[in-house]
Ligand binder design. Structure first.
Ligand SMILES: [Zn+2]
Length: 349
């Protein structure tokens, strides 16, 4: 019954919640969407590897547990002015959403998960381009690549992921030597198809689209050896791209180790056009597109602040602050703000 009350009190048009614990407003979004080269992107995965490995092997959930600074230089491409309908990456990958995202579709070379296959145009094109490069190089005997989660259609929270919110992340499978996997599946150095996986990684790295990618260290070792000995990659490039063999995470290197990445490669793209589109998007539709929408709960008999705070995983101070409450008294029927949702998106196409 309580749940029903919440659902009825929740605005229906607002899309997926951006997070009960987080409130952000136009200023936050402006800061986060500043052109990437003006400052380092906030809240990127750090150079430490202290997070605990999540058990259970669900798809791509562990990399997003950390916070910290990144050390890679963002590219500075020539950008086009925003036009309505262009994809917009709003906010940050771990606290943001996606406007007019593009779906990556299944084809003979690509397995996708419907509803989880939306990204910025740059993300989708980079993935498509890399898969096409693999299949051009190896026209025979290449199994379809599992392209697991990108973002949802409008982005936003996407459990169990922390990131994957703003169209700039994807979890890609590996190419396996022991048969085509239908879903993300654990690969070992012995069963990693190093030739095709290296072609994929090289394709991803080709146009400076990738901020970083997580690949299990033991698999990096196999790829490194392949790239050096079979693909003729120069030592200079190996040093620039791989963390292996110097460190699990080497400063400035896009290929990094993180626990939990033996069944998929997590790739974060820069996506500078979609990030920059934010300004034009706001200019075109007005500030209102950035105002978070409060979600409400109607107080019932027997409720207390403590009980409601627990229910929505808030602290009491936050709850009282949002509702401008001085004391603790509640009346049945009273409406409380218990969270914020992303603003409704304008119809852009
Ligand atoms: Zn991921």
């Amino acid at each position: 019954m309580l749940l029903l009350g919440v659902l009825l009190a929740t605005p229906a048009a607002a899309g997926p919640p951006v997070g009960q614990l987080s409130v952000f407003g136009p200023d936050d979004l402006r800061t986060w969407n500043r052109p990437l080269w003006m400052e380092e992107m906030p809240s990127e995965p750090p150079l430490s590897l202290t997070e605990q490995e999540l058990s259970g092997g669900a798809v791509g959930e562990s990399e997003e547990e950390h916070e910290g600074e990144d050390d890679r230089q963002a590219p500075r491409p020539v950008l086009k002015p925003y036009a309505p309908g262009d994809p917009v990456s709003v906010g940050q990958p771990n606290q943001g959403y996606l406007v007019d995202g593009v779906a990556i579709e299944a084809d003979a070379h690509t397995l996708v998960r419907p509803g989880r296959n939306f990204g910025t145009l740059e993300t989708v094109n980079a993935i498509r381009g890399a898969i096409a490069a693999v299949n051009r190089k190896f026209p025979e005997g290449t199994h379809p690549l599992v392209v697991a989660d990108l973002s949802r259609e409008h982005g936003g929270r996407f459990p169990p992921h922390k990131s994957h919110q703003s169209g700039r992340d994807v979890d890609l499978g590996y190419y396996h030597t022991d048969g085509p996997p239908q879903r993300l599946a654990r690969v070992w150095p012995q069963t990693l198809d190093a030739a095709r996986t290296w072609a994929l990684v090289e394709g991803l790295l080709a146009d400076d689209q990738v901020q970083y990618m997580f690949i299990d260290y033991r698999l990096q070792a196999k790829l490194y050896a392949y790239a050096r000995d079979e693909a003729g990659v120069s030592q200079e490039k190996l040093d620039a791209w791989f963390s292996y063999p110097q460190a699990q995470v080497k400063r400035g290197a896009p290929i990094r180790h993180l626990k939990g990445h033996a069944d998929h490669i997590h790739v974060r793209f820069w996506s500078p056009q979609a990030v920059a589109n934010f300004e034009g998007y706001v200019a075109h539709y007005g500030e209102a597109v950035l105002q978070p929408v409060p979600t409400h709960y109607t107080v019932r008999k027997g409720d207390s602040l403590n009980k409601i705070a627990k229910k929505f995983r808030l602290n009491i101070k936050q709850l009282k602050g949002w509702n401008r409450m001085r004391g603790n008294a509640l009346k049945p029927g009273q409406k409380l703000v218990v969270g914020f949702r992303r603003p409704p998106l304008p119809r852009t196409r």
